[in-house]
Design a protein. Structure first.
Length: 429
């Protein structure tokens, strides 16, 4: 190992468990998800922003004699959680819709009446970049406060070229400013804008704008890594989704999809056919859709917080997806309409109690497989030599406590590339 380092190493000492998730730098499937690589009696050394070693403390101390030490006080160290699905840039929270649903109006009915996504679109169009940044900054740092170190952030409440570019510029500025790792996704196909719903020709004009103007403009400016489409009955059809996502791929963007969230419309099959990086939601996926995903590299990202918050009893068939060897990821879907929680460990709790995942499966789904859903599995999501030192420290003595204290926040600190990202009042000394 080279000795000419700019900064000395850092050793994370006094850890009860290091949950390494060590293994291949790609999505894990089937039985591979059962091993979260839990190690005891070891610490973690970080050098030049990367994990340098996971080994007994005495070894680390002799290897890195000039290291500073962080006393983890018997906590559990995990890879920083990777939240691969959020809609983190919005204006007003939509709390009024929760009572409307309780009174019997369902999510799509609220949208048909001009609420839902349309309501956030009206709102965001009226806000300038500075206001959106001021709103998003503390919200994204709330996600970080629960142990998340990588956040995918979608646009999708603008639905005009200018308002989508405005949103993506906000994401780009936050990427530079915040200590958390951010991955930007263009979701101009989040809804058919109300002004394009009046006729088939007008609807077509918006799809044309997406394909011929918006996607090329976003790609040319380097403002997004992925493009996404809400493929759902009443929103984008499978054919429209195919056209939009093909244009995105041709422009050099990766492909993600909102697929089979509320109805089985063929979204999973399309995601598999296009070999999308991820197909997300899948609460209504068919057996045929599961089989199609099993034959692709696509990560199935399930979002149990959304189903919980919408008051639905159906959940994505996570067990059947795992049994079919489809790689499974968990994410928050943080957004103002269907999942306003920043609490990723709560989603792990739902993963275990509602989706019947083992703790190891839930942890792998929230780290390695979340990273794979963002094409980052070769550098984040594991505590392994050479990986970015993106770490989360929790005030628990056993990883099984992470989904157990549901709704609580046990995150003490997070680190991105070895640098402090979030630190709670329970200071790490
Ligand atoms: O993932 N389904 C579409 N998009 C979001 C909801 C967005 C909203 O209601 O504002 C979702 O659930
Ligand atoms: Fe979503």
């Amino acid at each position: 190992m080279s000795k000419c380092h700019i900064e000395p190493a850092t050793i994370f000492a006094n850890v009860s468990q290091v949950v390494t998730c060590a293994g291949p730098g790609r999505a894990r499937r089937g039985a591979e998800m059962r091993d979260a690589g839990v190690r005891t009696g070891v610490g973690v050394a970080v050098l030049d922003n990367r994990v340098a070693d996971v080994a007994p403390l005495t070894d680390l101390r002799s290897q890195f004699s000039d290291a500073r030490e962080i006393d983890c006080r018997g906590g559990v160290l995990t890879p920083g959680l990777v939240d691969s699905h959020t809609h983190g840039i919005f204006g007003r929270p939509r709390f009024e819709e929760q009572e409307m649903r309780a009174a019997g109006l369902d999510y799509m009915e609220i949208a048909r009446r001009g609420g839902g996504i349309h309501s956030s679109v009206r709102d965001l169009r009226a806000l300038d970049e500075e206001t959106l940044i001021a709103l998003a900054r503390p919200r994204l740092m709330r996600l970080a406060a629960f142990g998340t170190t990588t956040i995918e952030v979608k646009s999708g409440y603008g639905l005009t070229l200018d308002d989508e570019l405005k949103t993506l510029r906000v994401i780009a500025r936050l990427t530079r400013e915040l200590p958390v790792r951010i991955v930007p996704t263009f979701l101009g196909a989040h809804e058919i804008p109300l002004e394009h719903r009046e006729s088939a020709a007008s609807r077509r004009a918006y799809v044309d704008a997406l394909v011929h103007e918006m996607i090329p403009a976003v790609a040319a400016r380097g403002l997004a890594r992925f493009a996404d489409v809400f493929c759902e009955t009443g929103v984008y059809t499978v054919d429209e989704s195919r056209e939009i996502l093909t244009a995105a791929r041709n422009a050099g963007l990766g492909i993600k999809m909102h697929a089979d969230e509320l109805s089985s419309a063929g979204g999973a099959e399309l995601a598999a056919q296009l070999n999308a990086t991820s197909a997300d939601h899948l609460a209504a996926v068919s057996d045929h859709g599961i089989a199609a995903l099993a034959s692709a590299d696509t990560v199935a990202t399930v979002l149990p917080g959304t189903m919980l918050f919408l008051g639905k009893t159906a959940h994505a068939p996570a067990r059947r997806l795992i049994e079919a060897a489809v790689p499974l990821a968990l994410a928050t879907d943080f957004n103002p309409g269907t999942s306003p929680t920043p609490n990723f460990p709560l989603i792990l709790a739902l993963g275990v109690s509602q989706l019947r995942l083992s703790v190891a499966e839930a942890v792998v789904a929230a780290t390695v497989n979340g990273a794979a859903a963002l094409s980052l599995a070769d550098r984040v999501g594991q505590i392994t030599r050479g990986y970015s030192a993106d770490l989360a420290l929790f005030d628990i003595g056993d990883i099984r406590e992470l989904p157990y204290w549901y709704g609580d926040n046990r995150c003490v600190a997070t680190f991105v590339g070895g640098k402090t990202c979030h630190q709670s009042d329970l200071a790490v000394t």
